[in-house]
Design a binder for this molecule. Structure first.
Ligand code: UDX
Length: 449
């Protein structure tokens, strides 16, 4: 099939390359000429495992092309995916729908043939209804310009896999014709066994926001347990393992630590709660405010812990921060807990040095005043406290014995509950983790600063 993918950010670039991989002829569309130039030359402007290879292969074969022209897009295909962002609005919790609206406004006037526009963005429930009406009103083909909603569930770091082999496909459709076209687009995925759920527009929109709300709640649940563990001397990692064996609960997404960040979960739960308020059912999602609050309190806990370890103030203390991305296998620093903590400690006078395997350029651009190192070992040189805040595999395989000789004080805070505490303790380190009892050498001294 021929199809276009409008918006070539993280979601759109991945979707476009994966649609080409499924055998379609794809035209990617974006208003940003720099992004289009990079993609045309086969270069992904962000880090996502496996995507670079896919993009290079399909741009070289000519099956995947890019343009900034909506006119060209409308002439190229009758199926158009809209993959633009819905960030948090300035000054409110609601989603900013400027880009979603702009796609319909720019594309519709060129649709002279029967067409299907498929929204993939995470939107407040009710948006698809409104966009469908606007599409039919602006398109020369009128009611033959149809809308469908097909939410995306991809995780950063696994985006290619999640697009080619998703857990499920959700088709929000209003006609058998729209469903048939979607089934044709995803035929190779469906043949592979992925279940398809068809739904009306509001249900399709809600599936996405409900899934993200559930995941965020699960993380904040275990982080709330971590707070209780800290008050009682219990160990949240043992607790999580034990409750995770109950199949009704499940072990995944129960890792206590500095919490969720990134471009999706934080803004999506806020927008969901804001939308519920507008719909007069704010009480139903009031708990999401608490989910958000628990999440942000975990960042406070790390800065407090550093203060406790350093005799009341981090001023002058040398702190190594391992991790800048909001999660491993990504260079995305949007709402990153790691960087938020690094910046706060820097503002409190600490001498902070950050290292991340992939997110250094993004971090440096956004926070030029922080110190940066070229390796974990360099960041840790003479450090009084080491903070492990993004669980890259590289950090799990560090050698604590060798590093004990590099730091000023062998003292680490595992903010992701991902390091092997026994190894670090055996190598002479004081080991602190969120929601777990500290393992401290007797007679350990305070910070130098
Ligand atoms: C998320 C959803 O998983 C995805 O389905 C949706 O489409 C977009 O939002 P993503 O933002 O890539 O994907 O990150 P995810 O893997 O869900 O992790 C979110 C955050 O939670 C990360 O900061 C991660 O470090 C944190 N996390 C995850 C925890 O703190 N504990 C856990 O147990 C799991």
């Amino acid at each position: 099939m021929r199809l276009t993918v409008i918006g070539t950010g993280y979601l759109g670039a991945t979707h476009a390359a994966c649609m080409a991989e499924l055998g379609h002829e794809v035209l990617g569309v974006d208003v940003d000429p720099d992004k289009i130039a990079a993609l045309r030359s086969g270069r992904v402007p962000f880090y996502e495992p496996g995507l670079q290879e896919l993009l290079a292969r399909h741009t070289a074969s000519g099956r995947l092309r890019f343009t900034t022209s909506y006119e060209e897009a409308a002439a190229f295909a009758r199926v158009h995916f809209s993959c633009v962002g819905t960030p948090q609005s300035q000054g409110s919790d609601a989603a900013d729908l400027t880009y979603v609206d702009a796609v319909i406004d720019a594309l519709a006037p060129h649709l002279t043939e029967p067409s299907l526009v498929i929204g993939k963005s995470t939107v407040p429930v009710g948006t698809a209804d409104r966009l469908a009406a606007r599409l039919a009103e602006l398109a020369p083909s009128g009611a033959d310009a149809e809308l469908a909603w097909n939410p995306e569930f991809l995780r950063e770091g696994f985006a290619v896999r999640d697009t080619l082999r998703p857990d499920r496909l959700v088709f929000g459709v209003r006609s058998p014709g729209a469903e048939a076209l979607l089934r044709e687009v995803y035929a190779p995925v469906i043949v592979g066994g992925t279940p398809v759920i068809t739904a009306d527009f509001p249900t399709a929109e809600l599936v996405k926001t409900a899934a993200n709300a559930f995941l965020a709640t699960k993380i904040s649940f275990i982080n709330a347990m971590a707070e209780v563990c800290e008050a009682t001397g219990a160990d949240v990692s043992v607790l999580a393992t034990a409750i995770g064996h109950d199949e009704r609960i499940g072990a995944r997404f129960l890792r206590a630590g500095v919490g969720f960040g990134g471009g999706c979960l934080p803004k999506d739960i806020r927008a969901f709660a804001a939308r519920a308020q507008e719909l007069g059912t704010g009480h139903s999602l009031a708990f999401l405010r608490e989910v958000d609050a628990v999440n942000l309190r975990r960042r406070d806990r790390v800065t407090e812990l550093v203060r406790e370890l350093c005799g009341g103030t981090p001023a002058g203390v040398r702190i190594a921060v391992l991790g800048a991305a909001f999660k491993p296998d990504s260079d995305d620093i949007r709402d990153s807990p790691a960087l938020d903590i690094a910046v706060r400690l820097h503002e409190d006078g600490a001498d902070v040095t950050v290292y991340d395997p992939q997110a250094m350029d993004n971090a440096r651009k956004k926070h030029p005043l922080l110190g940066y190192a070229l390796s974990a070992t360099e960041a840790m040189a003479d450090a009084d406290v080491v903070l492990h805040l993004t669980e890259w595999e590289e950090f799990r395989s560090l050698d604590p014995a060798a590093l004990a000789a590099v730091v000023g004080h062998p003292r680490i805070v595992d903010g992701r509950g991902a390091l092997d505490a026994d190894r670090w303790v055996a190598a002479g380190w004081d080991f602190h983790a969120l929601g777990r009892p500290a393992r401290v050498r007797t007679g350990a001294s305070g910070c130098a600063g």
